[in-house]
Design a protein around this ligand. Sequence first.
Ligand code: AMP
Ligand code: GLY
Length: 422
Amino acid sequence: MNILLLGSGGREHAFSWKFSQSSLCEKLFIAPGNAGTATCGTNVALNIKDFEQIKSFVLENEINMVVVGPEEPLVLGIYDFFKNDLDLKNVPVIGPSEEGAKLEGSKAFGKVFMAEQNIPTAAYEEFDGTKIEEGLKYIATQTPPIVLKADGLAAGKGVLILPTIEEAQKEFKEMLGGKFGNAGSRVVIEEFLDGIEFSVFVLTDGKSYKILPIAKDYKRIGENDEGLNTGGMGAVSPVPFVDKVLMDKVEERVIKPTIKGIQERGFDYKGFIFIGLIRVNNEPYVIEYNCRMGDPETEVVFPRLKNDLAQLMKAVGDGTLENKQIEIDERAATTMFLVSGGYPEAYEKGKEIKGIEAIEDSIIFHGGTKNVDGKLLTNGGRVIAVTSFGKDFKAALEVSKKNAEQIDFEGKYFRRDIGFDL
Ligand code: AMP
Ligand code: GLY
């Protein structure tokens, strides 16, 4: 089959890498892709939010399946666009419908959904611009730190954790005043949960579900989890503290009710559910839903997944996922992201990347990279993810660290302490 994959990050390179190992995948196109995906298939310069443009490409190139990496096309309804188009309706889109993608696209909706199914999560209230006074009063009754979440997609920047009531009230007013544009026209105010986070990835065809390897990512730019939030600086899989007892609770209290909720609401959901969880007193609570895989979690989850990814995606599209068994590599996998100096704030692009060819014992996943005149250049904040295997996460990290030192570009930075809290 011919597959079109949408996206351009390390996650999409990991998808491409898996697809290129599949006997089922004949031609792979990646839109827009990066220098890494170009080694697994053909990059095509499509705007992933322009569904008419995607339609033309799909028809002209006899694409049999579209796999969506990032959330935005899903939240904008690419699934529904295909389903409702006479020429496209037989081309499965892997990813939920617009309604299903609201689990990620609206924090307030995610909270309502969890409440309906009694899924453990932080207590909360939601407020819009007509309820500013009520919101300020509500904040005053809370014990800091106070968690504020812009309702809509805000490129990972929409969550603020404020140490005092005064700061929370100021930020709350700024959010409703347009600090995050439309995404902040509603704000969720949430109880702060103190614990350790982990990520669970579920694949569903809307009927049955399969659990993929568990992972933990490191979001802060600085070592010891200090400084600004990033897309993610590194990840490990599996997560040592997520034992069978905790995972059984996650499955019974979170995963099963989530699938039940999707069915009760009648959502078309054929894709990934990424559940961000936090462990508090050995109990799991949901921090957030995402309607896609994580980045950089995919760079450790997919290397551990032994299944043929195209076969799995096909089963999701066909509604036959129930017949599949997930096979997992028992080894640990870790990844470290090399990022541009200055990231997650302003940074420069176009720096030459050297030293990748010599790496033999890690898998190199490209994030923001491009080829220009035979040179590999940086083209984003998160540039190269260095993924390694080991008998445990410590052994894997040693290999990632050694190889992260070998790759070079001006301004390169990476966290050497991934896994420090495990
Ligand atoms: P999100 O964008 O929802 O993933 O939130 C970003 C980060 O904020 C999460 O990864 C958590 O570290 C933190 N966070 C979100 N909600 C809470 C909460 N209720 N309690 C503590 N930390 C939270
Ligand atoms: N690494 C977190 C995310 O993909 O949202």
